[in-house]
Design a protein. Structure first.
Length: 151
């Protein structure tokens, strides 16, 4: 197996893993989002297992992204304008949920809270939200790069 096909296989594996993890993150966060929207201003606690899966997902997603960016060249299997456009659309759509979640938390939920959580808890939750958003942003960039290359 030559170097280009190894790189293509590595790129494909990393992209599939990123897509799986990003989808899993959205699946794990969706119930929290729904609960938050229906109970604005009420403190929301994550189950420890859900929090661990979210943090683990962020770590895996970021690891895949940065390994791919640093060591694995972008592999374009074919060129097709329609597929490129669909990937570009997917890159934008993949970040819709992240933007909606951020908006609900910071512009609707927090102002409605009667009592803010303890400082340490607030910092931990804030860092987790920012980490998830950044991981989803990096994933959307990966899809965008591939979409532009395929066009």
């Amino acid at each position: 197996m030559g170097q280009p096909s190894r790189s293509a296989a590595a790129y494909g594996a990393l992209l599939i893993l990123q897509t799986t993890v990003a989808s899993s993150l959205l699946w794990m966060i969706l119930p929290v989002f729904r609960r938050m929207v229906s109970r604005l201003g009420e403190p929301q606690d994550l189950e420890p297992w859900r929090h661990a899966i979210i943090i683990g997902g962020v770590v895996v997603l970021q690891s895949c992204y940065w390994v791919r960016l640093r060591y694995v060249p972008l592999s374009v299997p074919f060129r097709n304008v329609l597929v490129g456009h669909l990937l570009l659309f997917s890159s934008r759509a993949s970040f819709f949920f992240g933007g909606a979640f951020f908006s609900v938390v910071f512009f609707r939920h927090l102002p409605e809270l009667e009592v803010l959580p303890p400082f340490g808890q607030a910092v931990t939750k804030g860092i987790t939200i920012i980490a998830v958003l950044f991981a989803l942003f990096c994933y959307s960039l990966e899809l965008e790069r591939l979409g532009k290359a395929i066009e």
